[in-house]
Write a protein that binds this ligand. Structure first.
Ligand code: GLN
Length: 489
């Protein structure tokens, strides 16, 4: 890797601001790295190299601007978020030719902060999946082992950050899609509190669960990105009118964890978790204790119901959100259709992949008269209980901690034929979305058996992203740094 792409986001940003690196050099370094690594990992669906270089040249001509926090920093965006004049496919055939004419709110903020958008990253179709194998276009490989998945659904974003293709990337997290790929690829990923980041311009999957957030190499990098993209937005009625702290400044002086109480939920540390995952997370907890933290047991007793609850709520919302892709107003239109019914049927069955169709069918079923009470209403009730579990836990601790995934990155193809198995693997990430709370995944080392990155999660109380970012920063500084991803050596 060149010197520039091995810098962290905050390092490169400071050099750009000081004039030590030109914006064009930073963009060119990323483009070189993309050229070298992309044939192996296939993280990007649309690269706008010429546009990024042009933007960088214009920035250089004007000179660094201290008011622009990410001046000249190249980033990638999950292809479920609208970037004006760039294709936004959601990795689906149904949106093959969709080019939005507007920027999502978070993209507007990034551009205003001087960031340079390199292109759009691969994902599971409509963000439905845990491996990025559900993309209609390509399968992204894990930079640590090219025969394995990068996680999902923000697998392109995570693989790109791990491979040094960009300094940070945006992902979205409906049930773990920022945190789980971050864990599989050895990066930091944060799902903000529901309402922290505007969803305006994000193609909706499960509207009451979706949040946009950054994937980056360090907690500081994630904090810098989150500060820029957060904030109330009148265009998103669920966006929270809350003050946004400067997260990077808020964690700047953090050196130890004294005074912090970390709760370990029994349900997250027991059966079903691979030994190497539990061991790496335990070691990180030992480090946390050495840094002054107090570790206490807590319980999230409704965890066993989380997968069923999540998949009912998420699929119900998806079936409703995806009804707009009817071949008339949005998306692909089947040319051979002769009647209106045929138009709907053909456009949708040709445009959507198998997993998306499965979810629309199940989602429609759980919302249908006669089944609504048994499924959707029940799930909505259990969701309250899951949220209450967290609130009870926070009466005993400041942050909650556990593994991000029960195992490290799995081989491509291993679970793609078994959707239920894939859904079950989300057990540790989905409760947080149901509760609307913030969570972060950070790398805690390489698994002793697999040699692959292991991710650990930190959950915080509502709107206290600072608590988890600070903990991740202090722990991250104390734990051994990960080497370069082995698959690209
Ligand atoms: N794996 C989960 C799902 O398929 C989460 C996806 C996400 O967070 N976008 O629904």
């Amino acid at each position: 890797m060149s010197d520039i792409v091995s810098l962290t986001l905050t390092e490169v940003r400071d050099k750009l601001a000081a004039g030590d690196i030109k914006a064009e050099e930073a963009v060119a370094a990323c483009l070189d790295r993309i050229e070298a690594t992309e044939p192996k990992i296939k993280a990007i669906l649309h690269l706008q190299a010429a546009k990024a270089l042009k933007t960088a040249k214009a920035l250089d001509a004007a000179g660094p601007d201290p008011a622009k926090r990410l001046w000249g920093v190249p980033i990638l965006v999950k292809d479920a978020i609208c970037v004006a004049d760039a294709p936004t496919t959601c990795a689906s055939k149904i949106l093959e030719n969709f080019v939005p004419f507007y920027d999502a709110a978070c993209i507007r903020k990034l551009k205003d902060a001087g960031a340079v958008i390199l292109g759009k990253a691969n994902l599971d179709e409509f963000a439905m999946g845990s491996s990025t194998e559900n993309s209609a276009y390509q399968i992204t490989a894990n930079p640590w082992d090219l025969s394995r998945v990068p996680g999902g659904s923000s697998g392109g974003s995570a693989a790109a950050v791990a491979a040094g293709q960009c300094f940070a990337a945006l992902g979205t997290d409906t049930g773990g899609s920022i945190r789980q790929p971050a864990a599989f690829c050895g990066t930091v990923g944060i799902k903000p509190t529901y309402g922290r980041v505007s969803r305006y311009g994000l193609v909706a999957y499960g509207s009451s669960l979706d949040q946009i957030g950054p994937l980056a190499r360090t907690a500081d990098d994630a904090a810098a990105m989150l500060t820029v993209i957060s904030g109330h937005d009148a265009k998103d009625s669920t966006s929270a009118p809350r003050e946004v702290p400067d997260f990077e400044k808020a964690i700047a002086g953090a050196a130890d964890l004294s005074g912090l109480t970390i709760g370990l939920p029994d349900e997250y540390w027991g059966e079903g978790v691979d030994d190497e995952v539990r061991e790496a997370c335990r070691q990180a907890m030992d480090t946390a204790k050495a840094l002054g933290a107090t570790v206490v047991p807590v319980s999230l007793p409704h965890t066993p119901y989380a997968v069923a609850t999540y998949y009912i709520v998420a699929m119900a919302e998806a079936s409703s959100n995806l009804a707009r892709f009817d071949g008339v107003r949005y998306g692909r239109r089947a040319p051979q259709a002769k009647t209106l019914e045929e138009l709907y049927e053909l456009s949708r069955s040709e445009g959507f992949g198998a997993e998306v169709r499965r979810r629309i069918i199940i989602g429609t079923y759980v919302l249908s008269a006669g089944y609504y009470d048994a499924y959707y209403r029940k799930a909505a009730q259990v969701r309250r209980l899951i949220r209450q579990d967290f609130l009870d836990a926070y009466s005993k601790c400041d942050v909650v901690c556990g593994p991000t995934s029960p195992f490290a990155a799995f081989p491509i193809g291993k679970m793609s034929g078994d959707p239920l198995q894939m859904y079950l693997s989300d057990i540790f990430t989905i409760s947080l979305n149901l509760a609307g709370l913030p969570g972060l995944s950070m790398p805690v080392g390489l698994g002793k058996d697999s040699g692959l990155p292991i991710g650990m999660q930190l959950f915080g109380p509502a709107f206290d992203e600072t608590a988890i970012l600070r903990t991740a920063k202090v722990l991250g500084n104390a734990l051994p740094k990960l080497p370069q991803p082995a698959g690209l050596a």
